[in-house]
Design a binder for this molecule. Structure first.
Ligand code: URA
Length: 200
């Protein structure tokens, strides 16, 4: 297996992502989601990103705007990105699901399974060095783990070539601001592995 990033250009990756996004926009695999969504929410960011973020599913704001993490949780995510001295446009952001579950209920296992091929295509095309799973739905689905998110923190997992970090979802942080320091520790852990000292 390959250990370094694929040689594809940014433009080629973008073109490949657009093909998958086109398929996603027509997807009818989850009849309930296909009939209740305003639009699909594919993913956004640098097609050649070193770091990919995976969230849970679009909420009301994302469903309206067609982009992941643009609501309240997204604003907090933007602050976290800024604290890491990164720009949103440098990262690639996707979700376990590409449609909003009605009333923001959790994705069912079947829905996550139906959407998995799209996520795996995004991961394969972007080919990130690092993946951050935001929250237990992302962590559980990507890594097929049943562990609570608090127990999954603090170590790297592997997904293909990528090193995976699991941390609390920004929506959880909105309800439990004291957990922000844990997320900050997780970012320090990740960036340290890239040779970047966020505390400096
Ligand atoms: N929460 C998520 O997990 N993903 C989004 O895109 C928005 C909110």
């Amino acid at each position: 297996p390959r250990t370094t990033k694929s040689k594809l250009s940014k433009a080629d990756r973008q073109a490949q992502l657009e093909i998958v996004a086109g398929e996603v926009s027509q997807c009818q695999k989850c009849p309930e989601l296909a009939s209740t969504r305003t639009q699909t929410v594919f993913g956004v960011g640098n097609p050649k990103a070193k770091i990919m973020f995976i969230g849970e599913a679009p909420g009301a704001d994302e469903d309206k705007q067609g982009e992941p993490f643009v609501g309240r949780a997204g604003k907090l995510l933007d602050k976290i990105i800024e604290a890491c001295q990164m720009k949103r446009s440098e990262i690639y952001i996707a979700n376990i699901l590409r449609c909003r579950p009605p009333g923001n209920r959790n994705p069912t296992d079947q829905e996550a399974a139906n959407c998995r091929g799209f996520l795996d295509s995004q991961i394969e095309i972007v080919d990130p060095d690092y993946i951050v799973c935001w929250g237990s739905v992302a962590a559980k689905n990507l890594l097929h783990s049943e562990m609570p998110i608090g127990k999954m923190r603090g170590q790297f997992y592997e997904y293909g070539r990528a090193k995976v970090v699991c941390t609390y979802h920004p929506s959880y942080l909105l309800r439990n601001p004291s957990a922000k320091k844990n997320v900050w520790d997780d970012m320090i852990f990740l960036f340290q592995d890239m040779g970047i000292d966020l505390k400096a």
